[in-house]
Design a protein around this ligand. Structure first.
Ligand code: ADP
Length: 619
């Protein structure tokens, strides 16, 4: 069932239950009230009947009075007086309104109220039905408003017979005011009215209702009322009320407006007949309490029903929520299961990928190892090749002068034995040069074995250069060397290996000279400057300079363009400078009217105050 349907059903059933309980309770209350009112009506009827019956004896007693009969036979003043007195006394004792005697023509001969201004004596009541009934031998009973007194009352009349002949009528008028008064006591909860056969209200607990009709009078009834002058000048208007419902057992529900109240109220009217007068005693009970009880019951039922429905709705809601939760849990479980399956699939895929990766890694590792082996082998073979190359170079370099020395010394021996001492001396001098050459070659190799602990000693640049030049100038061809020196005023002391720096200078100058043609003058310039803690040494020549391709490689070991070169000079030089924490670069220059190669060496300086005396350096 949909939620809106449930709400609709709840509302419909609420309305139904409320209405049903209202109706049921109202019905039951009405039944109760009906029973109570019926017995009340009976009681009132009995009271009224009893009250009237009490006076039935009055006309009977009068009819039997001989004095009354005598008066009717002959109407003498003394008889009138006596009967008046008799009636007055009787009336006093009985407590009726009036008792009186009427002749067969309707004229009153004597009356208990003979003294009063409204005395009946002399009046003619021949038009009154009670008189007519009694005059024709019956019992006259009649309720009406007194023609003389203008007071309402109940008339009872009997014929007065003598010798089988009706000689007159004995009548009594009873006032029922006291009854009405008793109904108007505050202790009486209900309203009462008494209607005659025509539906005219004769007596009522509500004085306004008196002489009003419950139903419009028929023409004949109206005519007879007029003739009998029953209600004198009363117009007998209809009582404004409405019959809402006729209940079983003769009761009715009326809507009636009391003169004391603003609007109409509901009443239950229960009647009881009073025979033989054909009166109807009606007791009216207000329905306010009945309706209030029904309303309360309906409210209680509505509340109860609402609570019940709320409970049902709550239970349904709860059941739905539980079902939803269960569904959600199941959906979650399904999603979880799917997720787990996915996770498992992914994990398997990952595992595969991982395995593949590991396989690849070990493959790579294997490849790398193979490569490393290959590389190691290559390095090994490279080293061997280098050593071989170097050995070949050194052998070549050494063999030539050694062979020359061999030749020159052999020649010298021959020349000495032949006494040609001068020529022998020349040969010895050549041998000496060759030995120097050998010394140079071996000195080149020394660089490889140099210890690094004296790589950074304070040395004077100028001193190292001059030392180098002393040695260089002894070389062959040194004559075509023109030096151009540019020294700062203050000696520059750098941190470097002394022999190392001398070897660097020696290499640079030798290379410059080698780069020149054998007949060319070698202009070599040296310029030393200092900036802060750094010294810059520029050595330039006027040679052919260095091609870009060579420039990249000239510091590599064994790089040489010379026929008998070792290719170690610049490599060793760079090693020395680097070991001292400095740098060496090469470029082509174009200055001082020359162009050629220029080497720039940068070295760290000894702090200014720590200058070393040249003399001390020598030592
Ligand atoms: P080697 O002198 O045994 O060749 P180096 O390492 O001293 O070895 O020199 C390497 C090469 O650098 C030389 O062969 C030469 O080609 C080149 N080179 C060095 N100095 C100069 C220079 N001043 N002018 C031109 N080329 C030079």
């Amino acid at each position: 069932m949909r939620r809106s349907d449930t709400v609709l059903l709840a509302l419909a059933s609420l309305v139904a239950v409320t209405m049903l309980s209202y109706m049921l309770v109202e019905r039951r209350q009405l039944d109760d009230l009906h029973r109570t009112m019926a017995s009340r009506a009976e009681l009132y009827a009995a009271t009224i009947g009893g009250a009237l019956a009490k006076y039935e004896f009055l006309p009977l007693a009068i009819a039997q009075s001989d004095e009354v009969a005598a008066l009717l036979e002959t109407r003498s003043p003394d008889k009138v007086e006596r009967v008046n007195a008799y009636l007055e006394e009787m009336n006093q004792r009985a407590g009726a309104f009036a008792v009186y005697v009427i002749n067969p023509q309707g004229e009153v001969y004597a009356s208990s109220n003979w003294k009063e201004p409204t005395s009946y004596v002399g009046q003619n009541y021949g038009f009154r039905p009670y008189f007519r009934q009694a005059a024709t031998g019956g019992t006259g009973r009649f309720y009406g408003i007194g023609v003389s007194t203008r007071e309402a009352g109940h008339f009872i009349a009997l014929p007065i017979r003598r010798h089988g002949r009706i000689i007159g009528v004995a009548a009594a008028k009873v006032s029922l005011d006291w009854l009405e008064q008793s109904w108007r006591m505050p202790s009486v909860a209900e309203q009462i009215w008494v209607t005659d056969a025509n539906g005219v209200i004769l007596l009522s607990s509500i004085s306004d209702f008196k002489f009003k009709t419950l139903a419009p009078l028929s023409e004949s009834a109206r005519k007879s009322i007029l003739e009998q002058r029953q209600f004198l000048h009363e117009t007998l208007p209809p009582l404004p009320y409405r019959i809402e419902e006729r209940l079983a057992g003769g009761a009715m529900l009326l809507s009636l407006k009391l003169p004391s109240e603003g609007g109409s109220s509901g009443y239950m009217a229960v009647s009881s007949r009073l025979n033989p007068l054909e009166w109807q005693i009606t007791v009216l009970a207000e329905l306010g309490q009945v309706r209030a009880a029904a309303r309360n019951a309906a409210i209680a039922a509505a509340l109860g029903w609402t609570v019940l429905w709320l409970g049902i709705l709550y239970a349904l809601q709860r059941r739905r929520r539980i079902a939803e939760r269960l569904n959600a849990q199941q959906a979650l479980k399904r999603a979880n299961d799917e997720l787990e399956v996915k996770v498992e699939q992914r994990t398997a895929a990952l595992r595969d990928a991982n395995q593949r990766l590991q396989a690849e890694v070990s493959e790579r590792e294997r490849a790398e190892q193979t490569l490393r082996h290959a590389q190691a082998e290559l390095v090994q073979s490279g080293k061997l090749a280098a050593i071989g190359q170097m050995a070949a170079g050194i052998t070549h370099e050494l063999n030539q002068p050694l062979a020359a020395i061999q030749t020159f010394s052999d020649n010298a021996q021959v020349l000495i034995t032949r006494g040609r001492a001068d020529e022998a001396l020349e040969n010895l001098s050549v041998i000496s040069d060759l030995v120097k050459r050998l010394g140079y070659i071996t000195s080149q190799l020394k660089g490889f074995a140099r210890r690094s602990d004296d790589a950074k000693k304070p040395i004077s640049v100028r001193k190292a250069f001059e030392q180098t030049m002393l040695q260089v100038r002894t070389n062959r061809g040194a004559g075509r060397l023109v030096l151009n020196e540019d020294w700062p005023e203050q000696d520059i002391v750098v941190l470097c290996n002394e022999t190392g720096l001398q070897q660097v200078f020696s290499n640079l100058i030798t290379n410059s000279m080698d780069a020149m043609g054998p007949a060319d003058i070698a202009h070599i310039s040296i310029r030393v400057t200092r900036s802060g803690n750094q010294a810059e040494i520029r050595v330039a020549d006027n040679g052919p300079g260095i091609s870009p391709a060579c420039a990249q490689r000239i510091f590599e070991p064994f790089f040489t363009t010379k026929e008998h070169g070792l290719g170690l000079g610049l490599s060793i030089s760079a090693g020395i400078i680097r070991a001292a924490g400095g740098s060496i670069q090469v470029r082509n220059h174009d200055s001082d009217g020359h162009s050629g190669a220029e080497f720039i060496i940068r070295l760290r300086c000894q702090p200014q105050d720590g200058n070393i005396d040249r003399g001390e350096q020598d030592a």
